[in-house]
Design a protein around this ligand. Sequence first.
Ligand code: XMP
Length: 333
Amino acid sequence: MDNNRRPENMARINTKELADAFIEEQIAAVKAQVGDKKVLLALSGGVDSSVVAALLIKAIGKQLICVHVNHGLMRKDESENVVKIFKDELDANLIYIDATERFLSLLENVSDPESKRKIIGAEFINVFADEARKLEGVSFLAQGTIYPDILESIKAAEGKKAVKSHHNVGGLPADLKFELVEPLKLLFKDEVRVVGEALGLPHAMVYRQPFPGPGLGVRCLGAITRDRLEALREADAILRDEFDKNGLAEKVWQYFVVVPDIKSVGVKDDSRYEGWPAIIRAVNTVDAMTATIEEIPYPVLHKITARITAEVEGVNRVLLDLTPKPCGTIEWE
Ligand code: XMP
């Protein structure tokens, strides 16, 4: 049997009981696969890698080595939360690498979106590989591959072309040879979330909105500058906070802020104030191939606008993107 194909009679994991059974099954399978060897995992804090981490911590404890690379393009407090949950609460063997300087200096003056993606993806592998080489006795690499990734690879193998190069993390360098551990590879996203909750991960982490691998790098449009990136991070945190407070976070599939490299004239404290616009995007979709615009109540928009323009250094306007996909893509780059 092709073990990359989901068996037709496999039950959809949609209850705690089914999730618990899946977890027990996978714990046994992982233990049988890795024995007493060490397993490495790039833990981004996304749903898939977090669920793999929680599952493997349960199966093999400290034999799992998690590496969290902060590329400096994470949302506000995101890396700190990964460390808090996995190191402090789950007692994981976690290596935290702050690679902000490496990434931001490589991205200086780079404005082409695909070049930015390639630089971020390649540097991610460099940082991760450097760390992997320092470790001894690691034989396995765990990955949060899920069934849609497998289906996408099948499509790619059939020669269908993608609009953007979403797969930021390519293969590791040839000197690093690991056997793969992919406990979620037959699951759909909704099932991964049910398993994550059954493993005791926080609801906010398991139901977190999708966040692209290149992170805020593709939302700080054009050549990234540190001040504009910081403005974006702060504005995005305000948007997320207001969506949480107003019950929109559960209703909207993906919502974020984009800050383009243009300035307009405004006024602050009775003086001319040139600043960037913060653009709000909130979309709903089933599969990210097409997307519709979620309506945000005007009072919420007013609150977000007031907070962003008052609290975020360098921003003097707030705009709303009303473009569905197609013809806009979800991200601006
Ligand atoms: P687009 O912009 O293509 O986005 O409509 C569809 C979904 O994919 C996410 N996205 C990415 N995810 N690496 C990722 O891991 C990327 O380079 C990337 N670009 C877009 C986007 O956030 C949306 O959920």
